[in-house]
Write a protein that binds this ligand. Structure first.
Ligand SMILES: [Zn+2]
Length: 467
């Protein structure tokens, strides 16, 4: 048994004109795979429907452009040139009409005009641009192109070069909107800040660095700085930039906080690894800022030190055990914000490591790490807090409570392990669409640029895609 399906478009006004056959299928009904539309049929169908709709819309639009805005006279046609409009449901070939200038217009301007250029300047549908930018932010360029071509009837342009170029164009547009860089973003005076309404709760912003492989010099790496800003009652946001390449790092951070409702009398905690670059990025952003050494980075260093101490146990178990106990005590003192005694214990520990006389092969590295840890804690003395107390009061003291930001933003897409190489420009721009994809602000950005995207005729498909 076969079912014949004929699909027609019938216009309900005069714009499209006549009833037209879109496509016809012969469907057998014998096996599970016979039911409904196949992938290929679905693509053919949506492409056919899309072509008809776009052509009808453009025809009716072009017809309205035909008359002069000033005097209403119908302009003379000077033929047309072919253009391809890239949509989600296929590439639609269109004839772009060329019209003579109306005689009533000044002769200074161009002799002919191409009205379609104003309707589709980039010759790509915004929603296709959105999906491309979204998918290349999540998976490598070639995989994103393949994925889109798998499910959508797009043949041309579904390759890594084109989707990359489109996504970077999106990022560049977003970059162009970013305000000027300033050395200081603190405005006004304390009296004005006090008069502000009671702010929402504290914002905690964790910033960290990660490395990716350099395309220009394959043996070297360059640094990305990523951040995650978490207000008490609002959605978290991500931030990303290429260190040394980005000309507006402070403005970028400031805008993220501002989008989360930051006001001058609001408490903001910056959690960092204590590194110079990241630290200076957070200076002079907002008056009530507190700089805290991320507990995550303290424990990472302590973990490395205890691994060395455990190595010492195999050569001198009494000495090794003493050092392990000392590390426990350092961790406990730092956790409770007892800086003075922590400093003493660290000096005792460093001295103990220095005095070690065992044949432990990593002894040199251990001594270096112990010394570096002492310097690290001493130079970040102003950024140590009572972590235990903060933790008990439910505040974030570490960026790794859920997943480290570096892992979420960098590792899963920029993957050094997969030998991916990046130009600074490419990495920086991709970070802009990736951070927005991860925190859900890419779709709202597109809806601001293209307000019509929010019109879904009640289908909510856009919201589902963005979720
Ligand atoms: Zn005219």
């Amino acid at each position: 048994m076969h079912v014949r399906i004929l699909l027609q478009i019938t216009a309900d006004d005069s714009t499209v004109g006549v009833t037209e056959e879109v496509t016809a299928f012969e469907k057998p009904v014998e096996r599970p795979e016979d039911l409904g539309l196949s992938l290929a049929e679905g693509k053919a169908l949506t492409a056919a429907v899309q072509g008809q709709i776009v052509k009808a819309q453009v025809a009716s639009w072009a017809d309205r452009q035909r008359c002069c805005e000033a005097c209403g006279t119908r302009r003379r046609s000077k033929g047309s040139s072919p253009v391809v409009f890239r949509t989600l449901y296929g590439d639609v070939p269109l004839a772009s009409p060329r019209l003579h200038r109306c005689p009533c217009q000044s002769t200074d301007g161009p002799a002919t005009l191409l009205p379609l250029r104003t309707l589709i300047p980039g010759q790509i549908a915004p929603e296709r641009l959105y999906l491309e930018a979204r998918w290349v932010s999540l998976v490598p360029y070639a995989a994103a192109a393949g994925l889109l071509a798998d499910v959508l009837p797009i043949a041309s342009g579904a390759n890594r070069t084109t989707v990359r170029e489109h996504a970077l164009r999106v990022a560049e547009r977003a970059e162009a909107e970013l305000g000027d860089e300033r050395p200081c973003f603190i405005d006004g005076c304390p009296a004005e800040w006090e008069a502000l309404p009671i702010p929402e709760g504290r914002i905690v912003a964790a910033l960290d660095g990660g490395y990716v492989r350099n395309w220009d010099d394959r043996k070297s790496n360059f640094e990305l700085i990523v951040g995650r800003s978490v207000p008490e009652d609002r959605a978290p946001r991500y931030l990303g930039l290429v260190h040394g390449y980005d000309q507006k790092p402070k403005r970028r951070l400031f805008e993220v906080l501002k989008s989360q409702g930051l006001q001058a009398n609001q408490d903001v905690t910056f959690l960092t690894d204590g590194g110079e670059e990241v630290r200076s990025l957070t200076e002079l952003i907002t008056p009530e800022a507190e700089h805290v050494l991320d507990w995550f980075h303290i424990t990472m260093r302590l973990t490395v030190l205890s691994q060395y101490a455990r190595g010492v146990v195999h050569h001198d178990d009494a000495e090794g055990a003493r050092l392990l106990a000392s590390l426990d005590s350092i961790k406990w003192l730092l956790w409770h914000g007892n800086q003075y005694r922590a400093g003493e214990e660290i000096a005792f520990f460093e001295g103990g490591v220095d005095d070690l006389e065992v044949s432990y092969p990593n002894l040199g590295k251990f001594k270096r790490a112990a010394h570096e840890f002492a310097v690290y804690i001493a130079s970040n003395a102003g950024s140590l807090i009572n972590y235990g107390e903060r933790f008990r009061s439910g505040e974030r003291i570490s960026s790794c409570l859920a997943e480290s930001t570096v892992n979420a933003v960098i590792s899963k897409r920029f993957a050094k392990r997969q030998q991916m190489q990046w130009t600074k420009r490419g990495a920086h721009l991709l970070l802009q669409t990736r951070t927005r994809t991860l925190d859900g602000t890419l779709r709202p950005l597109f809806e601001r640029w293209y307000p019509g995207l929010a019109n879904d005729n009640g289908n909510g498909a856009a919201q589902a895609a963005a979720a």
